[in-house]
Design a protein around this ligand. Structure first.
Ligand SMILES: [Fe+2]
Length: 243
């Protein structure tokens, strides 16, 4: 199975300078994916949060109007910048799947967990969410598991985002280790980073809007846009596409 991961599009509701740039980045990514569909050869698109920058209805309308042009099924999970209620309201209007947990093939099951705490930048997975995740993994023991969430569960070496990473990362990673989860994919860090922990590949995708400067403590970013292609086979590998 191959999954295109798009993360941190940060679409604005109005036409400010950043808003226009982020909107054009998303359009470019969608056009690129559509015109290179045979080469990328993906089964689905997973959007891992911070879809909107301001949580406004207009920003989600803009996002879903662009995403309607993709021929692949796509799923979204919220990030810290998103307004879950507004996201759900607009995604319903566009018949977008919010629950990737139904997606599987003969070898792989795809899951997601919600790591968003209302009005906070840091992430935390509630106990009920962890219990449900564990149940879903245990219900698919014959398959390999890939799970997506917004907040990165490992430090990427950039303080401005490591200060607001997943707070209960060790609890989540312990569960993933114990249950032999093969892949964890996140966004949030606006940087490219990977680490293998035991048999689990933890992959942080670069952002669609722009990247944080590596190692920065202050607001300082690099103007480029990217998505990732996650190849789930006998071996798991991730290809970042900077475009
Ligand atoms: Fe973000």
């Amino acid at each position: 199975m191959r999954i295109i991961q798009i993360t941190d599009t940060h679409i604005y509701s109005d036409d400010n300078k950043f808003g226009l740039k982020h909107l054009s980045n998303l359009k470019y990514i969608v056009d690129f994916i559509e015109s290179n569909d045979e080469q990328i050869n993906a089964d689905l698109i997973m959007v891992t949060g911070d879809i909107s920058h301001d949580g406004g209805e207009a920003s989600y309308e803009r996002f879903f109007k662009i995403m309607c042009d993709v021929s692949l099924p796509f799923y979204v999970i919220p990030g810290n910048h998103d307004n879950k209620q507004v996201l759900h309201y607009v995604s319903d209007k566009y018949y977008c799947g919010l629950n990737v947990n139904s997606f599987s093939d003969k070898d792989w099951r795809i899951l997601s967990v919600d790591s968003v705490v209302d009005n906070e930048d840091y992430g935390f997975i509630k106990n009920k969410e962890l219990v449900d995740f564990e149940k879903e993994v245990l219900a698919s023991r014959s398959k390999k598991i890939a799970v997506f969430l917004h907040h990165h569960p490992i430090q990427v070496g950039t303080p401005i985002v490591d200060d607001c990473m997943l707070k209960n990362a060790s609890e989540f990673l312990d569960i993933c280790q114990r249950l032999n989860v093969s892949f964890i994919g996140s966004g949030h860090a606006h940087t490219l980073f990977q680490r293998k922990i035991g048999d689990t590949l933890v992959s942080v995708s670069p952002a669609a809007c722009s990247q944080w400067k590596n190692g920065t403590k202050e607001v300082c970013f690099i103007e480029n846009s990217a998505f990732s292609v996650v190849n789930l086979g006998e071996h798991v590998h991730v290809a970042p596409w900077f475009i």
